[in-house]
Design a binder for this molecule. Structure first.
Ligand code: GDP
Ligand code: MG
Length: 719
């Protein structure tokens, strides 16, 4: 018997939405720590609890349906089990969907780890008339099992006890392994022996599991075995085995493997699980008759999405105004207490304006995340993906990809985070590369400004054409990437429709808060840093003398106002005009201005001048900044896109034409969304290569498309 350890490591595995995190939270309470798995961007939740003088360390593994290598989550989960060798794995099984969930269980057992089943959602199962004889199931599978109701904290102590017993090897069960059939087992046996001869690299992996994975063509395992001295012999044997089996069974071994697993589960369930017929037609099924109805499904989905955006933006408006007001007060206060000069300018124009400009969107973000959390936790998101699946398949993606792309119309940052729901990495990357073209809310002020200046009669249609162009480019990008960098279609994924649930407030709040906090953190780090950098670039080197002595001019104006020759408004507009002209001169002299002029040759073919270049560069920080930068470069005090001054300035500029303006809009639409989005992109993909591709592709495409618009338009005589 194994000696009892003072401390135990307990990993929690299971399908997504089976209730892992709920059980993890129940067991660990506040003793949690969230981090990332090394090298990848999958979130790692760890926690601990003390029981009978022993410390239990718990890890909430990423949710997976399987332990193949189709997604990062699967690789992370299984590597954790293989490398960290937890003392016991709690496999959280959704008892209302038991056959599907046990698929993962068969694979955990093959990894030779001690497993205990938490038959969670047993309340749901009961409601739907699914009754599991858990003792019988335990005997059939050879693992201990405990019925639980995660959100009611039922069965938690029993689960812990069972887990500890399993870890201490004091339970009565002997794990069952799936038998893959006579011929198959023979090949497996031969391969297993070969693998066993050299375990220098595969280390902790059970040899039979490695052999099985070789037959399954698992890329990760093949990579690992490839580092062994005996690799060549093993690969040759595996290839032979695979061919023999395929010829014999008429199917790829991987298909045989999953068939056998399902067959095994289905056998176990037909003995241990009872379905009482009359209750099977559950409330969920009835609701689904409508929500995924072939013709009703899409309009309902469209309506819900419309509601989501309308609500987030209308409800968010008021708190947004409060924050704007607060930022204004703070800026005013800082300006009044700090002596006029560089420090004051840095804090007010740089930091408060930059970070404040981002924080004002927080209410929208929080509300959007709340809406998404509700849709996810109730089970509707899965239906939405189901409804969109057919349409998305035509362009080479799954229904799930639709959700982040939709969120992209609001803001690209949560959209990238929303792409987490896509399990397959290459699907997720294709989706993320396309998502940035869904024109986000921050670009709208730029469109409004430019369209107002050049197409005052037709602004709405022009704006719409830009949005439509974004969608077309996204679709084209998906097709392009599918045909080149991410060839082919990923594993078909099973469209599972989890039962509807009333979400708990606690889980909604946690989901919403986790995501919102990331946004706040970003404002405090990346945006803060970038605001300071932009300020420095637009302030230095400082200009000592201006073309006119503006200070004298302002003094004159004030004097003239004081003797009554001028009204309040006249004075105001004169002073603002002088101040803006000063700002424009100093910006022209600043590093940013010089840089703008330096790159002018590169954007000249698009019809752009250095001022547009500066605006576009500042737009790398955030698209809203394009408008405020234009205000500064064009020397207009009022940068409010509603008011006419900047608009008038643009429309009246002899260098510009509607054609150039349209090329400019196309550029703004297509080049990278913003710094924050890129930082999140990097975080989510964990790949500098993909980030470089994303930046290069979008910016390159922006240039090319703007070029085509401008030069093409000129050829057609539109200029
Ligand atoms: P995870 O993806 O496996 O981490 O799943 P979560 O722990 O986030 O749970 C998903 C949803 O199921 C949440 O809304 C939980 O409140 C809910 N939930 C968890 N356990 C149970 C249960 O036993 N019964 C019911 N009805 N709901 C549960
Ligand atoms: Mg979870």
């Amino acid at each position: 018997m194994k000696q009892t350890d003072a401390s135990l490591t307990v990993a929690i595995a299971g399908n997504p939405n089976s209730g892992k995190t709920t059980i993890f939270n129940n067991l660990t309470g506040a003793n949690q720590h969230v981090g990332n798995y090394p090298g990848v961007t999958v979130e790692k939740k760890e926690g601990w609890l003390d029981l009978d003088g022993r410390r239990l360390k718990l890890v909430d593994l990423p949710g997976t349906y399987s332990l193949s290598a189709h997604s990062i989550e699967e690789v992370v989960a299984r590597n954790y089990i293989i490398e960290q060798k937890p003392d016991v794995v709690i496999d959280v099984v959704d008892a209302s969907n038991i056959e599907r969930n046990l698929y993962l269980t068969t694979q955990l057992l093959e990894l030779d780890v001690p497993v205990v089943l938490a038959l969670n959602m047993s309340d749901q199962a009961e409601k739907r008339g699914i009754i599991t004889d858990h003792k019988l199931l335990s005997q059939l599978l050879g693992v201990a099992s405990v019925p639980t109701v995660g959100n009611k904290k039922k069965g938690m102590q029993e689960l812990l006890k069972a887990a500890i017993a399993v870890a201490d090897n004091q339970d009565v069960y002997q794990p069952f392994t799936v038998n893959y059939g006579k011929e198959f087992e023979q090949e497996l046996e031969t391969l297993t022996q070969l693998v066993e001869q050299d375990n220098s690299v595969i280390g902790n992996c059970p040899p039979r599991w490695v052999a099985l994975k070789l037959l399954e063509d698992d890329p990760e395992v093949i990579k690992k075995v490839g580092q062994q001295k005996t690799a060549a012999a093993i690969f040759a044997a595996a290839d032979e085995s695979r061919e023999r089996l395929e010829a014999l069974l008429g199917e790829a071994p991987s298909a045989v493997i999953s068939d056998r697993r399902y067959g095994f589960i289905s056998g176990a369930c037909s003995e241990a699980v009872q379905f009482s017929g009359e209750k099977r037609h559950s409330v969920s099924d009835t609701i689904d008759l409508m929500l995924i109805h072939p013709s009703l499904g899409l309009p309902i989905f469209a309506f819900l999405m419309w509601m989501m955006f309308t609500l987030t933006f209308t409800l968010g408006k008021m708190p947004m105004e409060w924050i704007e007001w607060g930022v204004g007060v703070l800026a005013g206060f800082a300006r009044s207490v700090l002596p006029e000069g560089l420090l004051s300018s840095l804090i007010v124009d740089g930091i408060i304006a930059g970070v404040g400009g981002v924080i004002v969107f927080l209410p929208n973000i929080v509300l959007l995340f709340l809406a998404i959390a509700i849709l996810e936790d109730t089970g509707y998101m899965a239906r939405a993906a189901f409804v969109m699946d057919r349409i998305m398949h035509r362009i080479g993606l799954h229904g799930k990809s639709f959700i982040p792309m939709l969120i992209g119309f609001g803001c690209t940052v949560p959209a990238y985070m929303g792409a987490r729901i896509i399990e397959d990495r290459s699907d997720r990357l294709v989706t993320m590369h396309a998502t940035g073209f869904m024109s986000c809310g921050a670009r709208l002020p730029v469109y409004i400004l430019v369209c107002g200046a050049f197409w005052p009669e037709n602004a709405g249609n022009v704006v719409f054409s830009i949005y439509a162009l974004g969608v077309l480019v996204a679709v084209g990008t998906i097709k392009l990437l599918r045909g080149t960098r991410f060839r082919g279609m990923s594993e078909p994924f099973i469209m599972e429709l989890p039962p509807y649930r009333v979400p708990t407030v606690r889980s909604l709040v946690i989901h919403m808060w986790e995501r919102s906090w990331m946004y706040i953190r970003k404002a405090g780090t990346i945006i803060l840093a970038f605001s300071i950098i932009m300020w420095v670039l637009m302030t230095f080197p400082r200009l000592d003398s201006y073309s006119q002595d503006y200070h004298v001019l302002i003094d004159d104006a004030t004097a003239s106002y004081e003797v009554g020759n001028m009204s309040d408004t006249e004075l105001d507009s004169l002073v603002t005009g002088y101040e803006s002209a000063m700002a424009a001169e100093s910006i022209r002299n600043s590093l940013m201005g010089r840089f703008g002029m330096l790159i002018e040759p590169a954007i000249e073919p698009l019809g752009f001048d250095w001022r547009m270049g500066v605006a576009l560069i500042s737009g790398f920080a955030a698209k809203e900044v394009v408008v405020s930068t234009m205000g500064t470069v064009y020397g207009v005090g009022e940068v409010d896109e509603e008011s006419g001054s900047l608009r008038g300035r643009l429309a009246g500029d002899p260098l510009y034409s509607p054609l150039i303006a349209y090329a400019f809009l196309v550029f703004v639409l297509l080049y990278i969304p913003c710094m924050a989005a890129m930082a999140v992109f990097l975080r989510e993909t964990g790949s500098f290569k993909e980030l470089a591709f994303q930046i290069g592709y979008t910016t390159g495409l922006a240039w090319v498309m703007a070029f085509v618009v401008y030069q093409g338009g000129r050829l057609l005589g539109l200029d």
